[in-house]
Structure formats: structure tokens, C-alpha cells
Design a protein around this ligand. Sequence first.
Ligand SMILES: *[C@@H]1O[C@H](CO)[C@@H](O)[C@H](O)[C@H]1NC(C)=O
Ligand SMILES: *[C@@H]1O[C@H](CO)[C@@H](O)[C@H](O)[C@H]1NC(C)=O
Ligand SMILES: *[C@@H]1O[C@H](CO)[C@@H](O)[C@H](O)[C@H]1NC(C)=O
Ligand SMILES: *[C@@H]1O[C@H](CO)[C@@H](O)[C@H](O)[C@H]1NC(C)=O
Length: 443
Amino acid sequence: MRPLQNFSSFLLLIFIIIICLKIYHIHAQFDIETDPDDEEDESVEDETPEEKAARKSIQEDSNLTVDKLIAKYGYPAEVHHVTTEDGYILTMHRIRRQGAQPFFLQHGLVDSSAGYVIMGPNISLAYLLSDYKYDVWLGNARGNRYSRNHTKLDPDGKKFWDFSWHEIGMYDLPAMIDYVLKTTGFKKIQYAGHSQGCTAFFVMCSRRPEYNKKVIMMQAMAPAVYATETEEHPYIRAISLYFRSLVGSSVTEMFNGEFRFLCRMTEETERLCIEAVFGIVGRNWDEFNRKMFPVILGHYPAGVAAKQVKHFIQVIKNGRFAPYSYSSNKNLAIYKEHIPPRYNLSLVTVPTYVYYSTNDLLCHPEDVEAMYKDLGNPIGKYLIPMPEFNHMDFLWAMNVRKLVYARMLRVLGKIKDHKKANNPASAVIVNSVQQSRERRRRR
Ligand SMILES: *[C@@H]1O[C@H](CO)[C@@H](O)[C@H](O)[C@H]1NC(C)=O
Ligand SMILES: *[C@@H]1O[C@H](CO)[C@@H](O)[C@H](O)[C@H]1NC(C)=O
Ligand SMILES: *[C@@H]1O[C@H](CO)[C@@H](O)[C@H](O)[C@H]1NC(C)=O
Ligand SMILES: *[C@@H]1O[C@H](CO)[C@@H](O)[C@H](O)[C@H]1NC(C)=O
């Protein structure tokens, strides 16, 4: 099984690189001066002792596991293991603050708990919440590098990988939430999620509504839930074509680190890799800290099941937020209907605050607004006041604290709100949403 999986992952990589080269070529023709740092010759011999120390520290960060990384920056780190009803053994990371309100953070697709810490104590959300006196718990979904274990199944076998974000919502989140409540003695957690961390949360609350009572508030960043507007995304087409091909249909595990060495080879391949990431999530050089790219590469991608990706593609293609669809007969056997019944978002009664952005290629503002209307208890939405803000900027942007987390702290009542509760730059944003709509229509 393994050689075939690796080989097909390799083919996918080649496939993606070809597309990137095309996109890169197009960009290069139109705007050559995109990156102001490009001209700087950073030869290693000229570096000062401080620069050398910084470079070493970055190398170290790219190599450390999440608990070691947290400890390196002087926060109390803990590792916990949680077993789900269906036998998956998950790892949780914790920045301990004994007796404080637990705050649960759940990562997105191909990510891990690292997403909330890799940018360091001056940027990343986990540290900020710890500084604001929360007991921070970081989840890891089944199948990523920290949760590749099971009481019975072999992670190198096919059966282990038969899951999507439906199971993450049905089993992983409930198991981890119960574990946190039991360990801390609290009755409720605070929750924030990014992308799939929201998707799985809404699955949980709609299918196991008793969990609504265990959450004080949900803060949803870039919630990938409705996705009718994502269909035009070039990569989505490529990936769905790939899955329809013979190789694609046999893949079980994906994105477990194949990219790393390629991206690290030269300045030029690094740049290509960043463009490839931008091609997926949206382009925003201004907020991207290129110095930190080695750290990002050290922690991404953290591994997913192919079925997770296929399930997202179904949501995009079918325009329905529903469980995984099999053949018509199998659907009938499992769901008693020919197509799986939708998740009912009105059953999500946790107060939910939503953060989204215009340049998020995976999570279009129109889709987020449609989802917002269907939620059982929406309490506010915030369009990030920067038109270029992309899907990963919610974790990686240099100014993410100012642009996103400050609002989060206000919603939590940790810092005082200004008189104007609504987004001051909303007029600008509405304009750019309209422009992007027009551009799409013209295409
Ligand atoms: C990263 O870790 C590996 C194995 O743990 C080690 O061989 C390598 O030297 C480390 N690299 C850096 C830059 O620390
Ligand atoms: C965080 O910012 C402070 C002050 O700006 C600086 O002294 C410190 O070195 C920074 N820490 C890290 C890990 O970058
Ligand atoms: C998987 O979990 C078992 C406990 O059931 C443990 O003994 C084993 O060390 C774990 N494997 C890894 C790779 O963490
Ligand atoms: C969703 O749940 C609400 C509240 O229980 C119910 O009124 C509504 O009929 C449900 N919708 C569907 C499509 O099942």
C-alpha cells in the first residue's frame, strides 16, 4: 500500500507544481516587483551575530514539536492523550493555567495544533489567550502527525484512513471537549476554530446537539462550510480531476510532508512554493513574513485523509453542506435516502461570532454570509478590514493581532469595545466584494 500512496502523492505534487509554474508565469509577466525583499542579497557570511541567532532560532522552531516549541518560549506546556469512541488516539497540547477558564482551539485542514503557535508569542493566538488568563487547549484531529494512532487500527493501513471531517465533528471534538471539562472541572469551554475547525464544530453541534451546552461561545475564523462560490478555484478543479483518475481513487493519506525538501532547495523554489500556497489560499505578500517560511514548512502540511479532501470537494460540487456521499445504493443503506441529508445549522445554538475576508479563495464572503443566516444563534460577523487578507492570514499575518484577535478579545469582553461596534472599514470592503463579484461574472 505504502509505495503506491507515496507514488500517487508524488504525482499530485508534480501536478500542482505544473499548475504553480503556470500561475507563477502569469504573475511574473504582469507584476514583476511583487516582493520588495527580492533584491536583497542575504549572504550568510555577512550576517551579524543577532541575525545568526535569529536564523538558528527559526531553524530550531521549524524542527520542534508543539509542546517543545511552547516550552521554548517560556510557557508551561503539557501533552495529553485522548481516545475517541471509535478508538483514535488524539494528542492535545495545553498551555496550562491552572484554575482558569479553558479555551479550546481547533485547527484547519492539513494543519495541526502548531497553527496556533508557530508565529511565536508576539503573534500567535494561543499565547495571546494565555496572556489573557485562559487555560489554552489545542486539539489535533485524527490523522495529523500528532494523532496518527489507534487502539486497534494500523495507521499505515487503509482502514485507519476511512474518515472525513464528519468523524472529526462526531467523535474527535466531543472526546476532546469532554476530556478538557473532566480534567479542569469546568462545565463549559470557550471555543475558536479556523476553517475545518469550524466545519467539524458545526457538524458536532448539529448532530450531537447536547454539545451546544458545553460551549460558552464559538469564534469561527474563515469557516469553510458553504462553498458554492469556491467552484471556480483552479486547484479545486485540478484536485477533483485527480481524484477521478485511477491513481487518485486509491489514495488514503495525503500531504504528509512531501513538499518540504523541494521548497527549501533554493530561493527560487521557496518563492514558487509560497506562490503555490497563495494560489490556494489567496495572495497577500504584504502580511506574509517570509523569514518565517521555514517554520511554516516545518509544520505544514501535517497530514490528512484523502476522504477529508474529497468530502470538501463534494460540498463544493454539490452545493450542499451534508455528510459524505457514496453511491446511491450505499447512501440508501447508510442514510435511508439517495443523497445524504444536510446538516441542520439551525441546531447550532452556541452563540457564534464569525470572522471572514474578501481575498479568502477557500471561503467566499457570500458563502459565509449565507451560512451566517442559517446558524441557530449568530451573534456577530466581522469582515477583516483589509481586502487582501487571505485564508491563512488568520494564523500567519504579521498584523493578525490588530486585524483579528483584538476584535476577538473585545467579543470575549477582555478589552473594552470602542463606541463603534461595527467594522469601521466596512464601506471599503463592501466595495471590494462587489468588485470581486463583477470580476467573477465577467470571467
Ligand atoms: C531537526 O531534527 C532532526 C532530527 O530530530 C535533526 O537531525 C536535525 O539536525 C534538526 N535540524 C535542525 C536545524 O535543528
Ligand atoms: C516580542 O516583542 C518584544 C518587544 O517588541 C521583543 O523584545 C521580543 O524579542 C519579541 N519576542 C519574539 C519571540 O519575537
Ligand atoms: C499509540 O498508542 C499506544 C497506546 O494504545 C501507545 O502504546 C503507543 O506508544 C502509541 N504509538 C505512538 C506512535 O504514539
Ligand atoms: C432544522 O431544525 C429545526 C429546529 O429543530 C427544524 O425546525 C427544521 O425543520 C429542521 N430543518 C430540517 C431541514 O430538518
